[in-house]
Design a protein around this ligand. Structure first.
Ligand code: SF4
Ligand code: SF4
Length: 446
């Protein structure tokens, strides 16, 4: 047996939570919900199979080999198995514990994982570097270079998934927020103070969505604060097993929002929101931080929840300029992690639209953080199947509530040749485009 086998087995025995592992009663109710099981039909690629593998390593019955690692790598981390589980097994936590152990003891120096390390530690965790990259991207997009870049030999050396992603990046319309705290007053009677969480990629590529989120929230009666000093939520790091860096980022965010004195912490990205709402999980061994993390996570809300509350009371209304057929792709972490169902309810309230349900909308699209770059074959299989369902809706607009889903949907639309029929939009951008300015005055004339 190799040395790394033994070290990984020890790491897993130290990291895995025995109570959580033994919660699984092997009923198999989660199997139909699992995309990788449905695609492969292989028990080892199912939640039950993966938990059984973890348990067997924990009990010392098997040694974790490359096949074990492959099955863990193939998992999307979509958590669709959690709501399907009658025993309430926190699969997402078991997965992160396993990935944390693999992160420590991964054999060899796989190129893709070195690149992942550089991307997550040296780029994503540094708002200034990200901002500089965003400015360069904006310059590049405006220079006209994207039209002829594929003729450059160096560009053609990039892996195909990276080139595909480059082609579907949204236009960077406005630069990321500059450091320092900003406050936006509510446009009427104040109903609460909301801190907006910016995230990493979201702030750089989707800054327009942040500005639309602020417009929605202030129209809904919230005062909005964008606290300075915040950083990436750490979800990508935790999912990749880099718990140490995830903890560092979580501490930075807890401190940044503690000084902002907000009633709610608003996220407009399902992946970030689910991470923020489970920060306490990172601090099992640090009781002081755990207390602060609990206080922080109690305030976390998705933008759709905050808006729905005010839309239900008639404070804001939505109506499209022209009739549109709309459909919605769930963000896995919003629906399976945060268990938020508000986007659909809100979309059904937009006048002059027809909401068409997308078949298997709650099934992962294959984006899953950077899964589509690391496990491209499986990601594309899931995406192409998703696009068949999208086509059947005959919708004009495909709406999502997470930047990763947005990019993956845009890629899928391109792969399926549907660019002329269907446009991909973030929920906040769509709602802001249909916001009725008079609604507030009509309902609250005083
Ligand atoms: S997280 Fe998703 S891919 Fe992984 S086991 Fe659960 S359902 Fe399957
Ligand atoms: S549904 Fe839950 S208890 Fe049943 S096999 Fe899946 S993880 Fe285990």
């Amino acid at each position: 047996m190799d040395k790394w086998n033994e070290s990984l087995a020890k790491q897993l025995q130290n990291t895995l939570d025995e109570d959580q592992l033994t919660q699984c009663m092997r009923c198999g109710f989660c199997l139909p919900a699992c995309p990788t099981y449905r695609e492969t039909g292989f028990e080892g690629a199912s939640p039950r199979g993966r938990i059984a593998l973890m348990k067997a390593v924990y009990d010392g019955q098997i040694k974790p080999d490359q096949n074990f690692i492959n099955q863990i790598d193939l998992c999307l981390g979509c958590r669709a198995c959690e709501p399907a589980c009658p025993a309430g097994v926190p699969y997402g936590q078991l997965l992160e514990q396993t990935r944390a152990a693999i992160h420590q003891e991964r054999p060899g120096s796989k190129k893709s994982h070195i690149l992942q390390q550089i991307l997550l530690r040296d780029v994503i965790s540094h708002p200034r570097r990200l901002k500089a990259l965003g400015s360069l991207l904006r310059l590049y997009q405006r220079s006209g270079m994207p039209k002829w870049i594929n003729k450059v030999p160096l560009y053609r050396l990039l892996p195909e998934p990276v080139r595909e992603m480059e082609r579907i990046l949204p236009d960077v319309e406005s630069p990321a927020f500059s450091p320092g705290t900003r406050v936006y007053p509510s446009s009427g009677k104040k109903s609460g103070r909301v801190g907006l969480f910016l995230g990493c990629v979201m702030d750089v590529l989707f800054n327009r969505t942040h500005r639309n989120t602020i417009r929605l929230l202030t129209s809904a009666g919230y005062e909005v604060v964008v606290p300075g000093g915040q950083n990436c939520c750490g979800a990508l790091h935790a999912h990749a097993g880099d718990r140490e860096q995830a903890i560092r980022l979580a501490k930075q965010n807890i401190q940044a929002f503690a000084g902002a004195k907000v009633d709610f912490i608003c996220s407009n990205a399902g992946g970030c929101g689910a991470m923020l709402a489970e920060y306490a999980e990172l601090f099992k061994e640090e009781p002081n931080w755990r207390e602060q993390a609990l206080e922080f996570q109690r305030k976390v809300k998705d933008v759709s929840e905050l808006i729905l509350e005010q839309a239900d009371s008639g404070l804001i209304t939505f109506s499209a300029d022209r009739h549109q057929r709309i459909t919605y792709q769930d963000s896995c972490h919003l629906i399976n992690g945060m268990r938020v169902f508000a986007p659909r309810t809100l979309l059904k309230q937009v006048k002059n639209t027809t909401f068409v349900e997308l078949k298997e909308a709650n099934r992962c699209c294959g984006s899953a953080g950077i899964y589509n770059l690391l496990q491209t074959e499986m990601a594309n299989r899931l995406l192409d199947e998703k696009m068949n369902h999208v086509k059947n809706t005959q919708a004009d607009l495909l709406i999502t509530s997470n930047p990763g889903c947005f990019l993956q949907m845009a890629l899928g639309v391109k792969r399926a040749g549907l660019q002329k029929q269907i446009k991909v939009m973030h929920l906040a951008d769509f709602l802001a485009s249909t916001l009725q300015p008079g609604a507030k005055k009509q309902k609250h004339p005083s």
